[in-house]
Design a protein around this ligand. Sequence first.
Ligand code: PRX
Length: 645
Amino acid sequence: MTDAKIHPVPANIVQRAHITETQYKEMYARSLKDPEAFWGEQAQKFISWIKPWEKVLTGDFKNLNVQWFVNGQLNACYNCIDRHLPKRANQPAIIWEGNDPSESATITYAQLHQQICRFANVLKKHNVKKGDRVSIYMPMVPEVVIAMLACARIGAVHSVVFAGFSPDAIKDRILDADCRIVITANEGLRGNKIIPLKNNVDAALVDCPNVKTVIVVKRTENTVDWNKTRDRWYHEEMTTVSTECPCEPMDAQDPLYILYTSGSTGKPKGILHVTGGYMVYVTMTYRYIFDYHEREIYWCTADVGWVTGHSYIIYGPLSNGATTLIFEGAPNYPTPARYWEIIDKYSVNIFYTSPTAIRALRREGDVWVKSTSRKSLRILGTVGEPINPEVWEWYYQVVGNNQCVVVDTWWQTETGGILISPLPGATPLKGGSASWPFFGIKPAIVDDHGQPVAINTLGKLIITQPWPGILQTIYGNRERFINAYFNEFPGNYFTGDDARCDEHGYFWIVGRNDDVLKVSGHRIGTAEVENAFLQANIVAEAAVVPVPHDIKGESIYAFITLKPTIKANDTLKNELIQKVRDIIGAIATPDYIQWADALPKTRSGKIMRRLLRKIACNDLADLGDTTTLDDPKVVEHLIQGRLLR
Ligand code: PRX
């Protein structure tokens, strides 16, 4: 395996960086040798506690009873807002850029504090108590931050549902967490599209009898259906309450939020993060990985509906007292220069986005980028999927003008925060590698039997020691939590990713090794898409696999067997695609449907997805071991009918 070119870190960044390479190595060694002492120091430094913890860490990955900062008390909202007020009352906490370039707003820490207190009182007025779950289905407007932090303030557990999800997906998430209240907006705006958020909630709630209240932000002037006993306007509610609301003391182990993500089987999993460890971890990672300095303007383009939005639009930046930019719109609206124009408009210093967005904007040509100066930029981040080395180079050279550090940050919904990433100033950069583990993170790459593989050999990525940001459990399903993450390699956290580690200790993440897809960086389970197909009466069997896609990274390829009396045609194809969009949302739109008389199965009846993947990708040189196939002719037929050649 040839090694990648090492890029020097620009001198201006090295000079200002929080740490050097030598300090990183020293701190990293210490974090593994004595995690308790290390994390105790960090928790003291980065978080304000109401009551100190009695023990930094108890339990381990063998007994699965990990607890961080035992019996410590804190409040996440206090850490993000109140503690900054003496110094930053008039500093912008949020800069909001609307979908239309003419719309924007700035909200200071003092203003945000007031709005959060008010909304916390609105929640209380509607009987929301500590530990209750609150569903949030919102566009990218400041009210979403207010709603989330208001929950944290009173100890309610938010469950944000990405605004691109369908009514069915909302319903599943509301029922699983037994939410009694939903916060939404009448509509959302993104590019030329209007997203009917309230209508979607109405449709979802037909099957959610426990939801008694819906609070609606008025984002557009369009009217929506109104249920007088259930629905309340946000702006009207906010005028009826006081601006005083104390922060609820929360135990370090008390839940902060639930966020649903896809797994390799069944319905999405409610990832549960708890207050203490999560807050320590996101606050510290934000400071070091984005090398945040006082008064810098930070912009993460993720949606708050994903974990990146939770950890690195809201909790990490605000806990550090940063100014976080929230963008409502789309990267190509009104033109593909939009991102770069926003960077200039607000002098953004730190910019964090996804490989899909970078690839899409690169395709539009350099002219859009070069029409802007981007001279304020210091740090460029990427997350969500592997970034191809040539795309990394473009990000570094064209967007960053060879003056910025690119941090390729590897992590997951479950990990709470970034686990593997370069640190600006400390890590020599190799384009396409997530580089070195963060403090306290001990990754390993192993074969199927859990044995470490040699340098530069592909294997499964596991994490061998607990870290503070790790999920506590899957909401309401501890058994699934254990099965999903700790069964494969007992005593270790199983990431579901394949990776290799090179001779300089750089990690190269290749992609998922389970039945999870990454389409435009969105995490989608093959099982979810297959179940959506199966809800169409005409489908007998469905199997979904990923195929590489130039912009989206991966796209969805489905093999569909229709019921015997049904004749395949293009109208049916379109109907099936629509079915998946209706059941999950547009992010799960299949790009290819291949009709299959039958699916390749083993003699015991298991679908051989490995073969389907190869057929879909037109990778036919070596089909591997096919001796267990029940009927080899099935494979021949599918090869003949393949859609990509
Ligand atoms: O496959 C890895 C990929 O995204 C997965 C986690 O997805 P999700 O929980 O939606 O969280 C995404 C944002 C944190 C991982 O298992 N992934 C994430 N970051 C990277 C990545 N793959 C390669 N390089 C990355 N930097």
